[in-house]
Design a protein. Structure first.
Length: 95
């Protein structure tokens, strides 16, 4: 399994802004939560710029995401401490 670095403080701040409608509209970006929805985006032709993982993400999730990286090499991947990762999430139980 690959260990991914944490995002820069600037990127983490931009990600937090995406939790509000105003932040999403200003940045013309949105967050997708959970590996299932990431796969659905890819199937529909949307390719994420960044993938953010919790440092507690399971090996199976990491394996799934690494398969995505084989196809889409220009996606950056970052790891956040679980507490900080949860602060970005709207969903109680991401898929």
């Amino acid at each position: 399994m690959t260990d991914y670095p944490p995002p820069s403080k600037a990127l983490a701040a931009r990600l937090r802004k995406l939790s509000s409608r105003k932040g999403r509209e200003e940045n013309q970006r949105f967050l997708v939560e959970g590996p299932h929805l990431v796969k659905e985006c890819l199937l529909s032709g949307l390719v994420p710029r960044n993938l953010i993982l919790s440092d507690e993400a399971s090996d199976s999730i990491r394996t799934e995401l690494e398969q995505i990286f084989i196809i889409h090499k220009n996606i950056s991947c970052w790891t956040l401490p679980h507490k900080e990762f949860i602060s970005l999430c709207d969903t109680i139980t991401p898929q």
